[in-house]
Ligand binder design. Structure first.
Ligand code: GLN
Length: 220
């Protein structure tokens, strides 16, 4: 199969939330729909998202601890660290190569993120976060509508998951459940997966707070 090289890899960068992030074939190219994760965290923090739209009441504490799991290029964590100056932001990834790109982006953009290596939350033994945010791999190779050619240049590790694409999302929900955390859990996933994930989460005692496009917000 010939690989179409996406423009972002040729240029070496991609815009996300108004900033240029360095990308390489070691990381997923940031997608516009992922910006909704940022908006959701800002909304919980009581920040106005668009001019002319009133901010909602802040539900997070004044100096929240936020963890971005499976950070890839670092675009979510770094953006949050620049939009929410009062928050402490941690981010992890299983891939050393991705963490290197994320660190570079953090330096280039003067982000405030502390990165660590971890398979989901496995290596995290710190305090309970106020928010867990994640755009994990959730694509199922068997989806008939999938344009595999369009995704061929991006890392499989960042895209695909077992169990119809749900394996990693279910695993992180179990890890949060096992730790007894009451954190807001803000996850990107395909719209076709949302019903199953929401009922799985409810089975673990989470409540479904909202769904907006690709983003599902849950909390114990
Ligand atoms: N939204 C991406 C796509 O459909 C997938 C990103 C992901 O798996 N997290 O191409």
């Amino acid at each position: 199969m010939s690989k179409n090289i996406p423009k972002a890899y040729e240029l070496g960068y991609q815009d996300f939330y108004g900033r240029d992030f360095k990308v390489s074939p070691d990381v997923l190219i940031p997608r516009p729909e992922t910006e909704q994760l940022i908006d959701d965290v800002l909304r919980l923090s009581g920040k106005a998202i668009l001019p002319g739209v009133r901010a909602t009441k802040r539900v997070l504490k004044e100096h929240p601890l936020i963890i971005d799991v499976g950070t890839g290029s670092g675009c979510i964590a770094i953006t949050l660290s620049l939009e929410l100056l009062e928050a402490k932001i941690l981010a992890c990834d299983i891939s050393d190569k991705a963490l290197k790109i994320a660190e570079e982006n953090n330096q280039k953009l003067a982000g405030r993120v502390v990165f660590f290596k971890s398979d989901l939350l496995e290596n995290y033994h710190g305090a309970e976060p106020d928010v867990v945010v994640a755009n994990l791999p959730y694509v199922d190779k068997k989806w008939e509508w999938l344009d595999r050619e369009a995704l061929a240049a991006e890392p499989e590790l960042a895209l695909y998951a077992e169990e119809n694409g749900l394996a990693l999302i279910k695993k992180i929900l179990s890890q949060i459940y096992e730790r007894g955390w009451k954190s807001y859990v803000i996850l990107e996933m395909d719209t076709s997966e949302q019903d199953e994930i929401i009922s799985y989460a409810k089975g673990l005692g989470f409540s479904h707070k909202r769904t907006d496009g690709f983003v599902v917000e849950l909390k114990k």
